[in-house]
Ligand binder design. Structure first.
Ligand code: NAP
Length: 413
């Protein structure tokens, strides 16, 4: 059972003042207005910052309600959840600030979605709150931004097409980032540095982060070895050099959880990995080695105290991110290759307009929240879902008609 439509708010954006929260708030305002068909509010810890944001959003936002709540104030979070059907949170790093809100949503049967890519935190939330979410009816959907909607919905789309064309799903799927034009924000860098720091201090956590099934239910831990690109490699399918893709560490986990949540629809032996294409020839090879080295240097330097402060000096600070022009100029193009166990092949493509991490992420997160609020029947049980396993074709329709994404089959053979 979920909350009735009589609740004061359909949606609340918690962390509306964050870099991505501001983009999201503007998107919701431009797309859905305020106080009309969608009753929504902005929320956060600072009244003055929220009012400044309202001013920046302009005349259209004059009636937009403001809710004050600190991420550590259980009573304020509870009061916010009581009057809301869906909370969208952009307050991160989630491993530092996120748990009290998840707890409040679960207790109140309030649906929730966010932008976390922190596997260790998701696992902790599932372990602590899944049973309670099932009984309260709260549907919790993490990872509703560039990580991991294009990957998760991309695999879901490919498998639908494979089933329609070959009569069976693909046992092996590879995602290759052909283009991703965009920048990181301070909040994302802070989350990545926090993971590196926590992992350096905790061997058990390092093991957990290396486990492709770490956020799957215990009965869905396949023995099948998962591909895991750790260095530069040449890919014959696309005739291009590959480098590790930093978001693969979360996207692959979400895709495996989606498989589990759909009763192993992609198969018990399903394998999945992600990598970045860096081009052909010497230039492509050098770029693949440079990215591999750069990632290793970033995570090593972020893990230890003497160099962590140095990294902090050269990366965007919380609240900073790409300019509106850079967001508009950004885009991404992802390719998926699926193979069935008997060798049939399908190649698909997913694209997004605007930069992946902010312009596009703001729209995807907004539509995930809207989908939860308006498209998912109350009978759909509570618990910790993934975007594709709960929001499926309803989200696909919103992504393609409103959020600038495309999903397309390029080839089957
Ligand atoms: N999945 C994806 O594709 C994706 C893409 C982009 C970002 N992200 C993630 O989204 C999160 C936000 O990123 P960002 O760059 O937009 O972050 P940001 O600009 O640094 O903003 C952080 C937000 O958290 C709020 N906050 C911090 N402590 C709080 C507290 N105690 N109580 C209430 N609010 C508090 C801040 O409020 P004040 O404004 O009052 O300081 C601010 O609104 C990060 O975790 C990032 O990793 C994910």
């Amino acid at each position: 059972m979920t909350k009735s439509q009589e609740t004061t708010y359909d949606l609340v954006v918690f962390g509306a003042t964050s870099f991505v929260g501001q983009i999201l708030s503007r998107y919701l305002l431009d797309s859905y207005g305020t106080g009309q068909s969608v009753k929504w509010a902005i929320a956060g810890r600072s009244e003055s910052k929220l009012n400044t944001l309202k001013g920046e959003l302009g005349e259209k936002a004059k009636d937009l309600p403001v809710i004050l709540a600190d991420a550590s104030d259980a009573a304020a979070l509870n009061a916010m959840c009581e009057q809301t059907r869906v909370i969208i949170s952009t307050v991160g790093p989630y491993a530092l600030y996120g748990e009290p809100l998840v707890q409040a949503c679960v207790r109140n049967g309030t649906d929730y979605c966010d932008l976390t890519g922190e596997v260790q935190w998701i696992r902790k939330m599932v372990e602590r709150y899944e049973e309670e979410a099932k009984s309260s009816g709260a549907r919790i959907v993490h990872c509703c931004g560039f990580d991991s909607i294009p990957s998760d919905m991309g695999v879901w789309f490919l498998q639908n097409e494979a089933e329609a064309t070959f009569g069976k799903p693909c046992q092996d799927v590879r995602m290759r980032v052909k283009v991703a034009k965009g920048e990181f924000s301070g909040g994302t860098v802070a989350s990545m540095m926090n993971i590196a720091k926590e992992a350096a201090a905790d061997p058990k956590l390092r093991k957990e982060l290396a486990n492709p099934f770490s956020i799957c239910p215990p009965d869905h831990r396949s023995q099948t070895r998962q591909p895991n690109l750790k260095g530069a490699e040449f890919d014959k399918t696309f005739n291009a050099w590959l480098a590790p893709f930093v978001m693969g560490a979360i996207n692959t986990r979400v895709v495996h959880r989606s498989n589990a949540m759909q009763n192993a629809r992609y198969g018990k032996e399903f394998t999945y990995d992600e990598a970045m294409m860096t081009g052909r020839g010497t230039k492509g090879r050098l770029a693949a080695y440079a990215i591999t080295g750069g990632l290793a240097a970033f995570f090593t330097a972020s893990a230890i105290k003497p160099t962590r402060w140095l990294v902090g000096k050269f990366v965007p600070q919380p609240g900073e991110g790409p300019s509106p022009e850079a967001q508009k100029a950004g885009f991404y193009d992802l390719r998926f290759v699926g193979r069935t166990e008997d060798g049939k092949t399908i190649i698909t493509k997913v694209t997004g307009d605007q930069d992946p991490g902010y312009g596009s992420t703001g729209k995807m997160l907004g539509e995930a929240g809207m989908c939860l609020a308006f498209d998912i029947p109350a009978g759909q049980p509570g618990g910790f879902w993934t975007p594709s396993s709960l929001l499926d074709g309803k989200l696909m329709e919103r992504l393609t008609s409103k959020a600038g994404l495309t999903f397309e089959v390029l080839e089957t053979r």
